[in-house]
Design a protein. Structure first.
Length: 394
């Protein structure tokens, strides 16, 4: 096992009706004037936004609101939030929604504490020195942003989707009520479950073999649980226990616990490939990951067939004794599971059309930051490799 430092400071309040404690929690963490950030109309129609604002008011906390967050959260709205926060003198951000809302709130919180443009952080041209404190009322189990140190936003002027990570943005608290996810559309539920599993897999596929039996074992166990619960929440949308398992696994998948002792954050090539798709074509993140993962896995499998074989046997339950056969069978089994959830497993299914050669080349050029970087750890991928994976994903 390698040396590691684990840091996960977020206070989690898990269970029914936790949203009614949003004011109490915000006040406890020093919030006096709060920007409540949310997405579309569901937070309003369901009465959740009103409940949260009432809870803030009952705790003596003043709030202003900003809605309109979309999947692949837009830089333009983030800049609007920064301007609003400065005019109103807010001292705390409260995200009411899923990963996109939380990521947008994190970017606003960064922007309120810096003089330059917040996009400079995501373009890797600046580093954050501070961040306004924030909390979250989670409504979608997917991104794990409620307990992670990362956020991903999209520059809607350039079509670039980029991430930035810093412990400064970790939520002070996260309210997690599984019942708030009952009414999610099936596709959104399935996309969220896929995102959770992909966060586990990105950490599981690390170079160096088994470095930490505990971390790899936890990942395998959580993946097996996700295989069961991802089907249950689609078959029985109001199964509280299944929703609760999925919501909690979303946090466990992305709070860095599963990489402890492995000496690496994992592979993350699939996320980078999807970020380019999301920025250019504005696809749902989980669905984009589902569309590229099978092609990525088959492209890199020979770099570490033993690790893929372990996934096949220990997670997908395949019986092949030879490593490469077990690896390929495991990939096929997981691809079949994604399809059973209603996820696209090719780019053509994802986009509804077949990309041409120029579009593939443009995706690879963008993903490689115009030929200046490689991605991945199991097998480092240059621009030509990225293009080939996109082609194989068609």
């Amino acid at each position: 096992m390698k040396n590691f430092t684990f840091y996960s400071p977020t206070q989690v309040v898990f269970g029914r009706d936790g949203a009614d404690r949003a004011g109490e929690l915000t006040a406890a963490f020093g919030g006096r004037k709060v920007l409540v950030h949310y997405g579309g109309g569901s937070a309003v129609r369901s009465g959740l936004l009103q409940r949260v604002c009432r809870s803030l008011e009952d705790s003596g906390v003043t709030c202003v609101t900003l809605g309109g967050v979309k999947p692949n959260p837009r830089l333009s709205l983030i800049r609007e939030g920064i301007a609003l926060g400065r005019r109103e003198g807010v001292d705390f951000l409260l995200a009411v929604g899923g990963g996109s809302v939380i990521d947008s709130a994190k970017a606003i919180a960064y922007g309120l504490c810096m003089e330059g443009d917040v996009w400079d952080l995501y373009a890797k041209e600046a580093q954050a020195a501070s961040c306004l404190p924030l909390g979250a009322v989670l409504t979608i189990a997917a991104a794990g942003s409620e307990t992670s140190n990362s956020s991903v936003i999209t520059n809607d002027e350039t079509g670039e989707k980029r991430g930035y990570s810093s412990d400064l943005c970790r939520c002070r608290f996260a309210v997690m009520d599984p019942a708030l996810t009952f009414t999610l559309p099936p596709y959104q539920t399935a996309s969220g479950c896929t995102d959770i599993m992909m966060h586990m897999l990105e950490r599981y596929f690390h170079p160096g073999g088994v470095l930490s039996m505990s971390s790899d074992g936890m990942t395998e166990s959580l993946l097996r649980t996700m295989l069961v619960c991802s089907r249950r929440v689609l078959e029985q949308p109001e199964d509280y226990d299944a929703r609760a398992e999925v919501m909690w696994m979303g946090s466990l998948a992305h709070n860095d616990l599963l990489q402890c002792g492995n000496g690496t954050r994992g592979d993350w090539a699939c996320h980078q490939l999807e970020h380019e798709l999301g920025g250019v074509y504005d696809v749902a993140h989980g669905a984009g990951l589902a569309a590229v993962w099978p092609a990525w896995a088959r492209y890199v499998v020979d770099a570490d067939p033993a690790r893929f074989a372990a996934f096949g046997r220990n997670v997908m339950g395949v019986a092949e004794t030879e490593d490469r056969a077990a690896a390929l069978a495991g990939i096929a089994a997981f691809e079949a599971h994604l399809r059973s959830l209603g996820m696209p497993v090719t780019l053509t299914e994802l986009l509804g059309r077949r990309l041409d050669g120029e579009e593939i080349a443009a995706l690879a050029h963008g993903c490689s930051f115009r030929g200046t970087r490689t991605i991945g750890a199991v097998r480092p991928l240059a621009e030509a490799d990225m293009a080939e994976i996109y082609r194989r994903a068609l």
